[in-house]
Design a protein around this ligand. Structure first.
Ligand code: CO8
Length: 260
């Protein structure tokens, strides 16, 4: 895979994607967003990948937002289109058929915070700062922030973050409920890899279907969500992984899932 603004590295079942524009604190211009969509298209059917880590290049930032310099002088139509390019990329991240962990090593602002919110799990360094500062620019979050954040933490906390435009510490965001864990900066990546290895050792199809049930279920009436859950559960009984998982339990051994 050859990208201008992304670095991809894979070890075993764990892929790591680094947003790489350190000179602009990894700000998201159109190239990054299009490459992100193209990257998801290339890996989504790769059965070897079980967990994807997304992080930012350098010490300072995960992603400091949309590229503000690229926004200057945009027409309303160009701005709307830019927003859709980002939404397409983040929807693609959200819908990847395996777990995606945001490893937030520094600033996660605007589009950066919204990118993290399209991931399944958010792990942050103690020095990370999150925020949706769009209103400080006379704008509103448009890469999914006004939709994913209230679904994640509720309308009241989301309104505070969106209306104030303030930066929040990783600990405050953990209290808000959208950061899973906060680690010392030097421990963050190792802790992320530890969690990634645990998830990668579980039944890959089961994780994919559980993700589908969790993500789409929250948009459904509970009775529809429960029906979908039962159907996805039933579908797992067509997999070799379920025979392996149950067989391994009965034989008192560690399962060796193949992801089929
Ligand atoms: N876009 C472009 N360049 C950026 C961005 C950004 N979002 N953030 C930082 N940079 C650049 C700086 O301009 C600077 O470049 P240069 O050295 O050439 O001047 C370099 O990165 C380093 O940044 P600073 O010198 O500012 O570093 P500091 O440590 O002093 O400050 C901050 C770090 C606090 C992160 C500061 O850079 C900052 O406030 N950045 C902007 C954060 C922000 O407002 N993000 C939200 C953007 S809006 C958004 O994401 C969604 C709206 C989408 C609308 C799109 C529709 C068209």
């Amino acid at each position: 895979m050859n990208f201008e603004t992304l670095i991809y590295h894979q070890e075993g079942h764990i892929g790591t994607l680094t947003i790489n524009r350190p000179q602009a604190l990894n700000a998201l211009n159109e190239t990054v967003l299009k490459e992100l969509t193209s990257f998801t298209e290339q890996i989504q059917s790769d059965r070897n990948i079980r967990v994807l880590i997304i992080t930012g290049s350098g010490e300072k930032a995960f992603v400091a937002g949309a590229d503000i310099k690229a926004m200057q002088g945009m027409s309303p139509k160009e701005a709307e289109d830019f927003s859709m390019v980002a939404q397409t990329a983040f929807n693609a991240v959200e819908n990847l058929p395996f777990a995606v962990i945001a490893v937030v090593n520094g600033f996660a602002l605007g589009g950066g915070c919204e990118l993290a919110l399209s991931c399944d799990i958010i792990l942050a360094s103690g020095k990370a700062k999150f925020g949706l500062p769009e209103v400080t620019l006379g704008l509103l979050p448009c890469f999914g922030g006004t939709q994913r954040l209230p679904r994640a933490i509720g309308l009241y906390k989301a309104r505070e973050m969106v209306f104030s435009g303030d930066f929040y510490s990783a600990e405050a965001c953990k209290d808000f409920g959208f950061v899973n864990h906060v680690f010392a900066p030097e421990e963050l990546l190792n802790e992320a890899l530890k969690l990634a290895k645990t998830i990668a050792s579980r039944g890959p199809v089961a994780v994919a279907k559980a993700k589908q049930s969790l993500n789409t279920g929250s948009e459904l009436h509970i009775s529809e969500g429960l029906k979908q859950e039962a159907a996805l559960f039933g579908a797992l009984f067509t997999t070799q992984d379920h025979s392996e998982g149950i067989g391994a339990f009965i034989e008192k051994r560690t399962p060796d899932f193949q992801g089929n």
